[in-house]
Write a protein that binds this ligand. Structure first.
Ligand code: HEC
Ligand code: HEC
Ligand code: HEC
Ligand code: HEC
Length: 491
């Protein structure tokens, strides 16, 4: 293992030397002095770095269809993949807020802010705070206008941005210092997050991940006691460490006080925290690649030829859609072998996501039943009830953590399996306690709990979105059907 790592690192080093030094095509020459320190507009950067600008613009183009099994996003078949149809239990669990109305698989960086303008308005209900991971101007806006900007209705907050930049997502400014041209991070929330976990002065290789961690991390839109937006986004990383931002620490932080409760789950009536795209947290929690010193950019921004030059590919996308060119920098195995390894992990993760998702959804429906029983005046042991509720939160947040992570387990296979296993265990415990309480109140929910998934998935939001059966992710091993019949699922 160590020897292999050494061989891989050595070959990577040789490869970098080769690419960096004596080969043709050459790296694009660096120019300095032409880009101001607060230049947000990529077009201006593009006058100095036309090849990078062109490459960055390509995130606008749809990617080849049929190459990725689980991240179909927006490919040249132009189909938008609806996460709620892929994982129908999400419709039930997220009912009560924006994510339960419209929630799509990601597409290229070009669309980061565009998609916010196009999505159901409930998704951007917090207002200006939603721009934290989108516009490069966010930090300056917060520094200048504070809460006034953060709490402004979304479209009004967008209108406060410089007119030309109102549709601009991840930009050169976010990841680079212009003079001299270096890699950096600019987001205030990441700066504070890194201070929390004691990471000062990251190395260049660490920056090749941290540039992405500016947005590919989970965050909280903090609330006051009446659930109104109370500040800029923050990272729930209290008591975590570099290389160890575990789900356990994150949950501890998220459940610590009301400022983390962002929405009310309709089925249970519970005020809940939420977890968003935790790519960096999952990847950096001891994955084989992280521990071997591999960075996000190694797999998502490999060197690519551009005319007479070679540059880091700024058309950031799924490595599968880029034919796994990135992997070949370090791996000698065939594309087929590597693809099989990716699918091997993703199939197993998807299967467990279904198990955890439907188990947690079952608990949600049993809380609905319990609350009805309570409303009808039956006594319910509050100690057991509180215990069940705690198990439920633990199951829910673990499920969301891995389901919202965008690699379907690939970034850290063993950790994804561990967390989903725990989610299933917490949900199982919760259900046992709930059945005990219901039995005490003389109610038998039956062998299978009816989830009524269709009720939550059809006619959603302003667009009246419906369940798309052809997009549903089916258990690759066929196990899920043994736990839940189609009738109980209710689609
Ligand atoms: C300023 C925020 C931001 C930064 C910085 C950022 N991303 Fe993203 N990224 C996003 C958003 C938002 C989306 C989803 C866009 C959409 O669906 O509209 C996204 C989408 C993606 C996708 C999916 C693309 C596709 O074709 O489906 C990949 C892969 C990705 N990012 C990787 C990275 C990597 C690697 C880095 C660092 C080199 C990075 N991102 C830096 C915000 C960011
Ligand atoms: C060892 C290679 C590797 C590393 C390192 C890596 N990724 Fe990935 N990433 C992948 C693969 C493979 C997928 C799965 C793509 C698919 O299923 O189509 C993926 C998927 C993604 C996606 C979803 C892509 C899509 O099209 O929707 C995002 C976003 C992403 N990675 C971001 C990151 C970030 C951020 C980091 C660093 C914290 C990172 N990746 C590190 C290989 C890697
Ligand atoms: C999401 C982060 C991100 C964004 C946005 C981004 N870059 Fe980069 N860029 C990188 C990374 C990562 C590297 C590799 C740097 C390294 O390893 O030191 C890089 C490298 C470069 C380099 C050095 C040469 C090379 O190809 O490695 C130039 C020049 C550059 N980028 C220009 C731009 C320009 C111009 C834009 C906007 C049009 C831009 N970048 C947008 C992350 C980004
Ligand atoms: C910068 C170098 C680098 C890149 C790029 C890279 N890998 Fe790796 N990969 C490694 C190293 C180092 C290991 C650990 C090797 C070992 O010890 O056997 C590894 C291990 C693996 C393993 C075995 C993991 C395990 O859990 O045992 C798989 C599978 C893998 N890589 C797939 C990929 C795929 C797919 C890509 C492209 C999306 C990729 N790698 C990109 C360096 C890299």
């Amino acid at each position: 293992m160590v020897r292999k790592t050494l061989i891989l690192s050595t070959s990577l080093f040789v490869l970098l030397l080769f690419l960096g030094g004596c080969s043709d095509p050459k790296p694009e020459p660096f120019k300095t002095g032409e880009i101001g320190p607060k230049e947000y507009d990529p077009e201006v950067w593009g006058q100095t770095y036309p090849l990078h600008y062109e490459s960055w613009l390509k995130t606008q183009d749809p990617k080849p269809a049929g190459k990725s099994r689980y991240k179909k996003g927006w490919d040249d078949d132009k189909i938008v993949y609806d996460k709620l149809s892929e994982f129908p239990f999400l419709g039930l669990l997220y009912n009560g807020w924006g994510f339960g109305i419209e929630y799509n698989e990601p597409r290229g960086h070009f669309y980061a802010l565009v998609d916010q303008l196009e999505i159901d308005p409930k998704r951007v209900a917090p207002g200006g705070a939603c721009l934290g991971c989108k516009t490069p101007v966010h930090r300056e806006m917060v520094e200048t206008h504070g809460l006034d900007y953060l709490k402004k209705p979304f479209l009004e907050a967008v209108a406060m941005l410089p007119e030309k930049l109102q549709k601009l997502g991840p930009a050169c400014y976010d990841c680079h210092q212009a003079n001299p041209m270096t890699l950096t991070t600019k987001k205030a929330h990441l700066e504070k997050g890194l201070a929390m976990i004691g990471k000062t002065e990251p190395s260049r290789q660490e920056l090749r991940s941290l540039a992405c961690a500016q947005c590919h991390i989970t965050y909280v839109v903090p609330r006051d006691e009446s659930m109104k937006v109370a500040g800029d986004i923050t990272l729930p990383w209290k008591n975590a460490k570099w290389g160890d931002i575990s789900i356990e620490r994150i949950i501890e932080d998220l459940l610590s006080d009301y400022s983390r409760q962002e929405w009310t789950q309709k089925v249970t009536g519970f005020k809940m925290p939420f977890i968003r795209h935790p790519e960096f947290e999952v990847f950096s929690k001891g994955s084989v690649h992280f521990n071997a010193g591999v960075a996000c950019a190694d797999c998502h921004m490999p060197f690519t030829r551009s005319g007479a030059y070679k540059i880091s590919d700024h058309d950031v996308t799924s490595p599968l859609k880029a034919d796994l060119r990135a992997c070949a920098q370090c791996h000698t195995q065939s594309k087929e072998w590597l693809t099989e390894r990716i699918h091997h992990t993703q199939d197993r993760t998807a299967s467990l996501i279904l198990r955890a998702g439907y188990s947690t959804a079952t608990c949600a429906k049993l809380f609905e039943a319990l609350h009805n029983v309570k409303a009808n005046g039956a006594g319910v042991d509050s100690k057991i009830y509180d215990q069940a509720k705690d198990f439920y939160m633990q199951a829910f947040l673990r499920l969301v953590f891995i389901n919202a992570e965008n690699s379907t387990g690939f970034h850290n296979p063993a950790e994804a399996g561990r967390i989903l296993g725990d989610s299933i265990a917490f949900a199982g415990k919760c259900e046992a306690l709930q059945r005990q309480l219901l039995a005490g109140a003389g109610l038998d929910p039956g062998l299978e709990v009816a989830l009524e998934a269709g009720k939550y998935l059809n006619n959603r939001g302003k667009k009246g979105l419906n369940f798309k059966p052809e997009q549903e992710v089916k258990d690759p091993f066929g196990t899920q059907g043994q736990f839940l019949s189609d009738t109980a699922k209710g689609l």
